[in-house]
Design a protein around this ligand. Structure first.
Ligand code: COA
Length: 166
């Protein structure tokens, strides 16, 4: 586990995580659609386009050989970013997202990215608890960043994880 990626009360066995490839794009689009609403879901074409972008990599969580979640990341210079993370609702609270983020941080460190950023909606309690448990801390805020239909938009928190100095 990377320095600083501490866990709190992990009750589940770590999910199986592997690096993803373009072969996983259809499964990623299916999982993304199951995790986000129609307006926010990413198509297979847009995911494939991202995967063809320099520095972008993906981690896949799977169960019995079937993808159940993924984290899409981008590394550039000495920083990385979590572009999106999603776990199929039928496979949540089993440690998949935690295992995906830890694998993503490990991969970032392997290419000398010691700082990792992401954006999370202020009303996304599950994701905020996940990131907090892994050592991410608030680094900024974008006001009214995520639309919520007829309800008021919510802010995005910019979270940052930094590897501990040796
Ligand atoms: C957020 C998400 C990726 C979590 O996936 P997951 O595999 O269920 O998460 P994990 O089982 O690894 O949970 C790790 C920790 O996160 C927190 N957490 C996860 N889901 C939670 C929930 N519904 N309520 C409260 N805390 C939660 C807990 O601290 C949990 O640790 P614990 O189970 O030991 O208490 C998943 O809910 C999801 O796909 N949501 C929709 C997409 C999304 O919001 N992505 C993030 C955008 S920034």
């Amino acid at each position: 586990m990377p320095d600083g990626a501490h866990t709190q009360g992990t009750a589940h066995q770590a999910a199986s995580v592997r690096p993803g490839t373009k072969e996983d794009v259809a499964a990623m689009a299916r999982i993304h659609a199951s995790a986000f609403d129609d307006r926010s879901a990413w198509s297979a074409a847009s995911i494939l386009h991202l995967l063809e972008t320099p520095g972008v990599y993906v981690l896949i969580a799977e169960e019995n050989g079937e993808p159940t979640g993924f984290a899409l990341m981008r590394a550039a210079a000495n920083e990385a970013e979590v572009l999106t993370i999603a776990v199929d609702p039928a496979h949540r609270r089993q440690g998949s997202a935690r295992a995906l983020v830890i694998a993503g941080l490990t991969a970032a460190l392997a290419v000398e990215c010691d700082t990792v950023f992401l954006e999370v909606a202020t009303d996304n309690d599950a994701a905020r608890r996940l990131y907090q448990s892994l050592g991410f801390a608030e680094a900024g805020r974008r006001a009214a960043y995520y639309a919520r239909g007829d309800s008021p938009s919510v802010d995005a928190l910019i979270l940052r994880w930094m590897a501990e100095s040796p």
